[in-house]
Design a protein around this ligand. Structure first.
Ligand code: PMP
Length: 379
């Protein structure tokens, strides 16, 4: 059967190819994964179990349980001083993935240009294409430590775009941006009247400075949709729960798509999420401490091996330069010879060439072994 041209236009994910190769082999250490190696905190799991025992297995309101939206609003207020109305400015979704898709479908008209800061999470470009928009890559630079700058926005032609989408702390680079650094992005978006889609799913996984939400900067809240979720900080990837916050008309538009496609986000997961926000700060702190320990270990081992890598300060990724010209070939040989899976940077779009994404969402013991294998491979 023929698939639509839109779907046909989107190539299969470059990450998947590596996972498939790795799955066929034994004794692989995968530094290719983009999800926590921890399980969700017990308290959140218990809340989900208890909700099932009470028989709470129906749909919720389209936008998500009211108590959960209120808890999200409180959380954003405590963290960033943001004031989102839980009735009109928050929608709970099946993962941040759904929120991203809803935003493209609700805000992008055919022919609209969406500037996509790259290297980036692999969903943005396909999401734009599925919505009928035209993606415009904005390649961040290694010499800027993969931060988004006024200059790269200007040079890429983003001034003519309708929407800008980006993610900090970043997947795949681990880059973060401070409030001061975000000011120039905000300035560009105000000057050129861009809608901003800010993927903040890694907002709690920062190791050197606190996360700043761009929605807190002057003139930004009214032009920004923020995505967040429970997959990363709370290690809840399989529960599929995320949310978006933004101006009422945008959230209403997203809800219109959501109510006909999803109805409501998973109910059991909403119970877990509510508990996560209320009771799991300590678990998040503990996981973050562990990620930071691993991060420092990986960065110091790369330095010992002479692999150049900037001091990635967020998420759970390092993005070293590949010592070979061809990063695809390097990753493939490393997989075959030493059984360590990493992902070539070009799988994440422009600007990622010549780099490798190395995830440290893996126990320290495995990381130590993986680093020894990489060292042996380089030797
Ligand atoms: N955004 C980014 C940057 C991600 O890395 C991921 C997951 N890999 C997502 C969104 C999707 O997260 P969720 O599980 O909430 O759909």
């Amino acid at each position: 059967m023929k698939v639509s041209d839109r779907v046909d236009q989107v190539p299969p994910s470059g990450i998947r190819r590596f996972f498939e190769l790795a799955e066929e082999m034994d004794d692989i250490i995968s530094l290719g994964v983009g999800e926590p190696d921890f399980s969700a905190p017990w308290s959140a799991r218990d809340a989900a179990i208890a909700s099932l025992e009470r028989g709470q297995t129906s749909y919720t309101a389209n936008r998500g349980k009211k108590e959960l939206r209120e808890a999200i609003a409180r959380d954003q207020n405590e963290r960033y001083g943001l004031d989102y109305d839980p009735e009109e400015e928050i929608i709970v979704t099946a993962g941040a993935s759904e929120a991203i898709d809803l935003a493209f479908r609700a805000l992008v008209d055919p022919g609209d240009t969406v500037a996509v800061a790259q290297p980036s999470y692999v969903s943005y470009v396909p999401g734009v294409i599925f919505a009928g928009g035209d993606p415009l890559p904005v390649a961040t630079r290694a010499e800027d430590e993969f931060k988004l700058t006024y200059e790269v926005l200007e040079e890429s032609g983003a001034a003519d775009a309708e929407v800008l989408v980006y993610c900090y702390p970043n997947n795949p680079t681990g880059a973060t941006m401070t409030g001061d650094e975000l000011q120039e992005v905000a300035e560009f978006c105000r000057e050129h009247d861009l809608i901003v889609l800010s993927d903040e799913i890694y907002s709690e996984l920062t190791y050197e400075h606190e996360h700043t939400s761009i929605a807190t900067l002057p003139g930004m809240r009214e032009r920004t949709i923020v995505f967040n979720g429970f997959s990363k900080a709370y290690a809840m990837t399989g529960l599929r729960l995320g949310y978006a916050m933004g101006p009422p008309e945008a959230i209403a538009g997203m809800n219109r798509v959501h109510q006909y496609t999803m109805l409501s986000a998973p109910t059991t997961a909403q119970h877990a999420a509510l508990d996560a926000l209320e009771n799991c700060d300590e678990d998040v702190r503990e996981m973050t401490t562990q990620y930071d320990r691993r991060r420092k270990f990986v960065l110091s081992r790369f330095e010992e091996m002479g692999l150049s890598c900037f001091d990635a300060a967020g998420a759970f990724y390092a993005f070293p330069e590949c010592p070979w010209d061809d990063a695809d070939e390097f990753a493939e040989e490393l997989l075959h010879e030493e059984k360590v899976a990493v992902v070539p940077g070009n799988a994440f779009g422009e600007g990622g060439d010549g780099h490798l994404r190395v995830s440290y969402a893996t126990g320290l013991g495995e990381l130590k072994e993986a680093m020894s294998r990489i060292e042996a491979f380089l030797d």
